[in-house]
Write a new protein. Structure first.
Length: 82
């Protein structure tokens, strides 16, 4: 194999890995947003609150595995106060 072939293979592989990483991150974000929307049960105010809390968790770099538990608790607290 010549240098050009190796360069093409390396570039294509790196592009594929980058594409899969970006796609994975987008899908995770969609799932998290859908979780907040589902917990809102059709209430726009509750959805806004949960989305804000989700964004805050992302900023605080909280482990993604904890999102569902925390959002569920926040949803219950929201229901009790409103």
């Amino acid at each position: 194999m010549d240098t050009t072939s190796i360069a093409i293979i390396v570039i294509a592989t790196l592009a594929a890995i980058a594409f899969k990483y970006v796609l994975y991150k987008k899908i995770c974000r969609w799932m998290d947003n859908d979780l907040a929307k589902g917990l809102a049960e059709g209430s726009a105010e509750k959805h806004g609150f949960l989305q804000q809390q989700l964004d805050q968790m992302r900023l605080e770099k909280i482990n993604r595995k904890e999102y569902a538990e925390r959002l569920t608790k926040l949803s219950e607290q929201y229901d009790q106060t409103h």
